[in-house]
Design a protein around this ligand. Structure first.
Ligand code: AMP
Ligand code: GLY
Length: 431
């Protein structure tokens, strides 16, 4: 089997790394990839939203299966593009169609879907330039803090949580005036949910489904969840408070109604459903859907999947997922993200990375890295640079292995959080 993975981050390196372990996989191509994916496959310099070029490389390399890493090509309709082109319509492509991708591409679409299928989520009101007064009325009925969300994709920055009502009203106006460009021409105002977050990942072939390991992502740049939001500074899996009873609620109240909703709406959904949840006193509420694996959650959960990943992907593509036995490593995984100095603001780039070869008892996934061919050095090219994942039967053990190894990898200005997973250890002690 020849596989093409679209994307350039740690998630795509983790997918390629896992697929490389399968004897059934012949060639792995990553477009555009990074210095890490080079070690497990072949990088192709193609942008993941350039569909015509993707078609060309699929034909040239006799690709059997495409895995779409990030949301942008899905929201732009890559799955429909494949289905509608007779030259590539036989290639299995992992991801939902354009309508399904709206679950991530439009917060208003996702909220309407959840309400229609009685999926628990925060109360909301959708505002645009025409119903601003009604939106302000809705805001006034909520209690502080106030949650404002840009409707469209805003690179993870489109959600504001504001303590003061007057400030929330003026931010709402700024958003409608284009604070996040066209992404905030519509704004979803939400009731604030007070709880603890986790992510649940479901893989579906459009008929049946498998629940993948749970994970918790750490979004803020600073320790103790302080400072600006980032793409994700680390993750842990499994999430201790997502016990059997909680997960049964998630399955019956959220996963099954979501997948039934896809069928009723004629959404063609083959791939990963990433459900961002808030646990409010033991009750799960959906905060958001994403239509792909998370990053860095993928770097944390993929190393816990023991099953042959090519079998899993193939079965997802051809509708035989129910035949597969999903085997999960019971050990905890902790992932720590090493980022560039300055991130998530303007950050340092092009710094030489050393020390990766000194790591042990962990897996190192590359994110924003590039191989400098002339000097044969690995350079930083992105905000998030390297993810280090370690496993252990004790979460504290996985944490300390990940920390020791993160410490060994050096580049000028590198920063990482030392408290990934610590809140869950404290949570377990309190219980
Ligand atoms: P989203 O992009 O929708 O995942 O929102 C980003 C982050 O904002 C989430 O990960 C939560 O931490 C927070 N958030 C979003 N919606 C709510 C809500 N209704 N109540 C509390 N926190 C929220
Ligand atoms: N880590 C969050 C995301 O991938 O959206």
């Amino acid at each position: 089997m020849n596989i093409l993975i679209l994307g350039a981050g740690g998630r795509e390196h983790a997918l390629a790394w896992k697929l490389r372990q399968s004897k059934k996989v012949k060639n792995i191509f990553i477009a555009p990839g990074n210095a890490g994916t080079l070690t497990v496959g072949k990088n192709l310099p193609v942008d993941s939203t350039d569909f015509d070029e993707i078609k060309r490389i699929c034909i040239e390399n006799m690709i059997d299966l495409v895995i779409v890493g990030s949301e942008a090509p899905l929201v732009a309709g890559i799955v429909d593009y494949f289905h509608n082109d007779h030259a590539i319509c036989d290639i299995d492509i992992i991801g939902p169609d354009k309508t399904g991708a709206q679950l991530e591409g439009s917060k208003a679409f996702a909220k309407t879907f959840m309400n229609k299928y009685n999926i628990p989520t925060a109360a909301h009101f959708t505002v645009n330039a025409d119903n601003l007064e009604a939106g302000i009325e809705f805001l006034k009925q909520q209690q502080s803090p106030y949650v404002l969300k840009a409707n469209g994709l805003a690179a993870g920055k489109g959600v504001l949580i504001i303590q003061d009502l007057d400030e929330a009203v003026s931010e709402l106006k700024l958003m409608l005036e284009g604070k996040f460009g066209s992404a905030s021409s519509q704004v979803v105002i939400e009731q604030f949910l007070d709880g603890i977050e986790l992510s649940v990942f479901v893989l579906t072939d459009g008929i049946s489904y498998k629940i993948l390991p749970t994970a918790k992502d750490y979004k803020r740049i600073g320790e103790g969840d302080s400072g600006l939001n980032t793409g994700g500074m680390g993750a842990v899996s499994p999430v201790i408070f997502a016990d059997r009873q909680f997960m049964q609620k998630v399955e019956s109240e959220i996963i099954i109604p979501t997948l039934d909703g896809f069928k009723k709406e004629n959404i063609h959904y083959i791939g990963f459903v990433f459900i961002g949840l808030m646990n409010v006193d033991g009750q799960p509420y959906v905060i958001e859907y994403n239509v792909r694996l998370g990053d860095p959650e993928a770097e944390c959960i993929i190393p816990r999947i023991n099953s042959d990943f090519s079998d899993l992907m193939k079965a997802t593509g051809n509708g035989t997922l129910s035949d597969i036995e999903l085997e999960i490593d019971e050990r905890f995984a902790v992932t720590i993200m090493l980022v560039s100095g300055g991130y998530p603001g303007e950050f340092l780039r092009n710094k030489s990375i050393t020390g990766i070869n000194n790591t042990k008892d962990c897996v190192v996934f590359h994110a924003g890295t590039s191989m400098d061919i002339e000097t044969e050095t690995i350079k930083s090219v992105g905000g998030r640079v390297i993810a280090v994942t370690a496993k252990d039967y004790r979460m504290e053990g996985a944490r300390s292995k990940a920390l020791i190894n993160a410490e060994k990898i050096m580049f000028e200005g590198r920063y990482f959080r030392r408290d990934i997973g610590l809140d869950l250890i404290h949570y377990a002690v309190k219980k």
